[in-house]
Write a new protein. Structure first.
Length: 353
């Protein structure tokens, strides 16, 4: 077997790490697309999670998404032609995934899509465009849940579908026991993350969200994604948050820090996909208020762990007040599997090649 494992952003590195740990240098080539170019969004995770140094690390121009995708396709295509892989593995729904899918398709290389079949049915999301394309050109689709498989069957994708669980649960199982942080937090703090384009790139939406958080007067720790940092400053919200007595701002944190913060917090407020999955793990088990109109993780909502809150200030403040009174989760199993997704995926790949 000779496969390429392509990854380009923070969540792809975290979710590919259990798969990479089950491969050897002799059977896999690691390609980092460089989409998350800041050390603290990309390479830091490769080092912290003890992933082999990528065989290829691309450098991309800081341009618009379409040009970046074009640049990635050209560079990935060249590597694919030189290396002649049996297959490539792509993960999730980022621009890196779209570029990896198209470059492999046009070079007649087998595509395995890890985390196939997730849908929000929200066409504002660039992730929805990327995952639909990736799913429809993939040969082997690793769906985390039966619900994801159902989405794929409805769309009549051409590849073979396997339900595997989500590799994020494998990562939590492995890294939660060694999680640690020096970040000082108040008692009973709420952990907040926010980065979706449809939330942070729109001034009104971002202002409403931040007002809801501030109106709740709760202690909130907010590790800020660089995209969000930029928008908070552009929209004049950063200084307001800095002056607040209740919101603590930090830069993005490492994975071991994030796991520790998730374990210690009262509950989580987020628009992240991965965090909605991680919080269902028996090792974390925290309630999540989801700052979105539509979810692509209905399994976490149905399990009573995530709650859809939207982006209106009053709804956010109300949901925070209610969750402070009742933060306990009553289920114990994760809908995203037992933590053996990477084992199943690599077994299938080895049987195929
Ligand atoms: C990307 C993914 C998203 C994923 C997220 C994980 C796409 C379309 N989106 O969103 O699905 O949830 O990663 O965090 O692929 N930036 C930096 N430094 C970096 C990276 C980004 O400053 O290392 C800033 C830049 O201003 C950049 C902006 O963030 O233009 C957006 O970056 P991009 O990678 O396009 O999307 P994300 O918002 O990070
Ligand atoms: N994460 C992290 N540090 C942070 C914020 C998030 O390690 O400061 C982790 C988080 O625990 C999860 C992943 O990054 O494993 C999720 O990434 P993100 O929310 O950026 O993207 P999404 O999952 O929405 O695609």
């Amino acid at each position: 077997m000779k496969i390429a494992i392509i990854m380009g952003t923070r969540p792809e590195i975290i979710k590919m790490s259990p798969i990479i740990a089950r491969t050897k240098k002799s059977d896999s080539v690691i390609i980092f697309s460089g989409q998350h170019y800041d050390y603290e969004m990309g390479m830091r995770f490769i080092e912290e999670l003890r992933i082999r140094t990528p065989d290829y690390s691309l450098k991309l121009g800081k341009t618009d998404p379409a040009s970046q995708i074009g640049e990635m396709i050209i560079k990935l295509s060249k590597i694919t032609q030189d290396e002649k892989f049996d297959a490539v593995l792509i993960q999730g729904d980022t621009n890196t995934v779209l570029a990896g899918a198209i470059s492999s398709l046009k070079n007649h290389t087998h595509i395995g899509h890890v985390e196939a079949g997730i849908r929000s049915y929200d066409w504002r999301m660039p992730e929805e465009h990327n995952r639909i394309v990736a799913d429809h050109v993939s040969d082997t689709l690793f769906a985390p849940t039966y619900n994801n498989k159902k989405n794929l069957l409805q769309e009549k994708v051409h590849g073979d579908i396997f339900v595997t669980g989500n590799t994020i649960i494998d990562a939590v199982e492995k890294f939660a026991p060694i999680s640690k942080t020096n970040i000082v937090t108040p008692d009973n703090f709420i952990l907040l993350t926010l980065h979706r384009a449809e939330n942070v790139d729109d001034k009104n939406t971002l202002t409403r969200i931040m007002n809801g958080i501030l109106d709740s007067k709760s202690n909130v720790l907010f590790p800020v994604h660089p995209r969000t940092q930029l928008r908070l400053r552009q929209f004049g919200l950063y200084e307001k948050l800095k002056r607040s007595q209740t919101v603590i701002l930090t830069g993005p944190v490492s994975y071991l820090e994030m796991l520790d913060l998730m374990k210690r917090c009262l509950f989580v407020i987020t628009d992240s996909g991965g965090i909605q999955e991680e919080t269902t793990s028996p090792k974390i088990r925290k309630k999540v208020l989801v700052l979105r109109e539509k979810t692509d993780r209905p399994e976490a909502v149905n399990a009573g762990i995530s709650k859809m809150v939207g982006t209106e200030s009053n709804m956010i403040a109300k949901a925070i007040a209610e969750t402070i009174k009742d933060p306990v989760i009553h289920t114990s199993k994760s809908p995203y599997g037992k933590g053996n997704a990477s084992e199943v995926i690599i077994k299938i790949m080895k049987e195929l090649f």
